[in-house]
Design a protein around this ligand. Structure first.
Ligand SMILES: [Fe+2]
Length: 370
């Protein structure tokens, strides 16, 4: 790869950092360190973790340099420190935190200047700039986790977040799309960035099915609540007048009937599909239909699939990204939400979570056998 692509990497790293800092710009140090939920980290932890992950991979692993502060890595290790404990850790705050983020970035760019990121690079982490793509994805994915927490911060106002959350209109069209029985290719190809869990690319056999062209809307979900007494999406409350308000960020905005529903659990997503006389798609069905689906990017969509390894899976570059989560406990979500950076939302990207989770931007679309 040329010096130009190194410049492009540096520019994209800067853009991601700008987005991270813009999200927290309206907040003070106290808000950044507050614990809003046992299942989400204080924002200051995410910030320090983003920088520490960058130091670990781009400065220590790739640059062969010593840690800047030997102890820091312990507090920012996501596996060592479950989310509910992160509010207790002696993490960096305020000016010290910002200085650490900037220092790490400076060192990472220094290392980037000296490495071979060509497709033939000796170090697998560097081939086609893999480790830099991983770092970019990591920061942007943490932006989404931060946005989950920001929904809990009363009075949080951000023009950036408002513009992200504004849905793109979906073109009129048929209610469902029919996908013919046959063999379909699933997963990421050999080239280009993807996580280990998206490989290897393999063929699956599907029977014919019909899948909704668009995700389930708030209007349809209201019918489900009123007809079946379903659990409300997180942040919804009755408005006292027979309608519903969305209280995210401390607002009381009337629920917009035309938007895709978000913040529903996997359990409720499955219950909705059954109530509608349908079912959730498997992740294979979702991916096979992906090129013809509208409304992708509004909400993560629950599937019926367990988060499992694909045939030929090899953990790379570390088992804690995917491998330790494989099993029936976690269900796969596909697509991406308004809070997902478009570069993260590849058709083969697999998100996963526990069925009961609702703090994520999760909705659904329904399927049935054709
Ligand atoms: Fe992380």
């Amino acid at each position: 790869m040329t010096a130009n692509s190194k410049a492009a990497i540096a520019e994209r790293l800067a853009e991601a950092r700008e987005r991270t800092l813009a999200l927290i710009e309206p907040l003070d140090d106290k808000q950044l360190n507050a614990v809003y939920s046992p299942i989400l980290s204080p924002l200051a932890w995410d910030l320090g973790h983003i920088a520490n992950f960058e130091e670990l991979w781009l400065v220590q692993t790739i640059g062969g340099r010593k840690p800047m502060d030997g102890d820091l890595g312990r507090f920012y290790d996501a596996i060592e420190n479950p989310r509910k404990t992160r509010g207790e850790l002696p993490i960096l705050r305020d000016a010290e935190l910002r200085a650490y983020m900037a220092d790490v970035r400076e060192r990472a760019l220094d290392v980037l200047g000296d490495v071979d990121i060509s497709p033939g690079a000796e170090e697998p982490l560097l081939r086609e700039g893999f480790v830099y793509e991983m770092l970019l994805a990591h920061e942007l994915q943490h932006n989404e986790t931060m946005l989950q927490l920001l929904q809990m911060v009363g009075g949080y106002e951000s023009a950036l977040v408002d513009s992200l959350a504004e849905p793109e209109p979906v073109a009129p069209g048929p209610e469902t799309i029919t996908i013919a029985a046959g063999e379909y290719e699933i997963g990421a190809g050999e080239r280009g960035f993807a996580y280990d869990n998206e490989r290897g690319r393999h063929t699956v056999e599907l029977t014919a099915y019909e899948i909704d062209r668009t995700p389930v809307t708030n209007a349809a979900y209201v019918e489900f609540i009123e007809d079946a007494g379903a659990e409300l999406p997180l942040y919804w409350e009755p408005d006292g007048d027979g309608g519903w308000v969305d209280t995210a960020r401390g607002r009381r905005a009337p629920v917009d009937p035309s938007r895709p529903v978000v913040h529903v659990s996997g359990e409720q997503a499955g219950a909705f599909a059954r109530w509608a006389g349908k079912r959730l798609p498997s992740e294979h069905e979702w991916e096979a239909a992906r090129p013809r689906l509208d409304g992708v990017g509004h909400a993560w969509e629950w599937t019926s699939s367990d988060f499992l390894a694909y045939p030929g899976f090899e953990a790379f570059p570390y088992p804690e990204y995917s491998e330790v989560f494989f099993g029936p406990e976690y269900k796969v979500l596909r697509g991406g939400s308004w809070a997902t950076h478009p570069s993260v939302a590849r058709p083969s990207f697999r998100n996963w979570d526990l069925l009961q989770r609702r703090q994520i931007f999760s909705g659904l679309r329904c399927t049935r056998d054709a």
